[in-house]
Design a protein around this ligand. Structure first.
Ligand SMILES: C[S@@+](CC[C@H](N)C(=O)[O-])C[C@H]1O[C@@H](n2cnc3c(N)ncnc32)[C@H](O)[C@@H]1O
Length: 231
């Protein structure tokens, strides 16, 4: 869990029963509730409980299934949400890739942006939709695999593209790297939050071919935000 950085708190208490709760994936016990205090306000986040246990089991079980990485509120998502909340995004068109629980998207929506949150995992989008409604925010969602990005290209280009903790070792990095420069408006930016995953350095070196990159630290010493401005 992201713990205390940038005002993120997880509560043990289960939320009140709600007949519209999204389905939790097999192997998880239920849902739990967290909240983050941002410059734009408080965001309540409902998410699957014990996701990290299932992720570890599936990673080491080598059973070929994609672990439910989307189900965990990662520190990068928390810090990117805090960075977005500190910027004026009113009226901006914002896209999030690999959104998982979509905390940065919710922060951008709270700041007045029009936001499309995307992931290839439908469970992620169910929780993002539920959490947007729970917080009284407007959020559009769409399934998008970076290798088949028609959904996000059709509605692009975007003023701001967000990506939190996507630079870990997986098969989609080449597709992600090819897609990113096609997404932003002239003068737009991509903000990538990364927590020092091994592939990140080489990935960002590749991005230097088409973008100027400014890197800033965050309250979490492990997490950095890279702001890419296409040339
Ligand atoms: C480590 S999680 C980060 C989730 C979220 N951004 C956060 O910071 O909490 C990686 C996310 O990327 C998504 N993902 C992985 N490969 C993908 C692909 N090829 N296309 C779209 N989403 C993908 C996963 O479903 C997951 O939600």
């Amino acid at each position: 869990m992201p713990s205390a950085h940038s005002g993120f708190t997880t509560y043990d208490a289960a939320p009140d029963l709600d007949p519209e709760l999204p389905e939790v994936p097999t192997g998880l016990l239920g849902v739990s509730r967290s909240a983050v205090e941002l410059a734009t306000g408080r965001i309540e986040l409902l998410h699957p409980r014990d996701a990290m246990d299932l992720i570890y089991r599936q990673n080491f079980g080598m059973d070929g299934d994609e672990p439910p990485y989307w189900a965990q509120p990662w520190p990068c998502g928390v810090e990117l949400a805090a960075a977005i909340a500190a910027r004026d995004v009113r009226g901006a068109r914002v896209l999030e890739l690999g959104c998982g629980l979509a905390l940065p998207s919710l922060a951008a929506a709270q700041g007045g942006a029009r936001v499309l949150a995307t992931d290839w995992a439908e469970g992620a989008l169910e929780f993002a939709t539920y959490n947007a409604r729970r917080n009284g925010l407007r959020l559009d969602v769409a399934v998008c695999d970076w290798a088949d990005p028609a959904a996000v290209l059709a509605d692009g280009p975007w003023d701001l593209v967000l990506a939190a903790d996507l630079l870990y070792a997986h098969d989609g990095l080449d597709a992600l790297g090819a897609l990113m420069p096609r997404l932003v408006t002239a003068g737009g930016e991509l903000w990538l939050a990364d927590q020092g995953r091994p592939p990140a350095r080489e990935f960002l070196r590749g991005c230097e071919r088409w973008a100027d990159i400014t890197t800033t630290t965050t309250p979490n010493p492990d997490v950095r935000v890279h702001r890419l401005a296409p040339r």
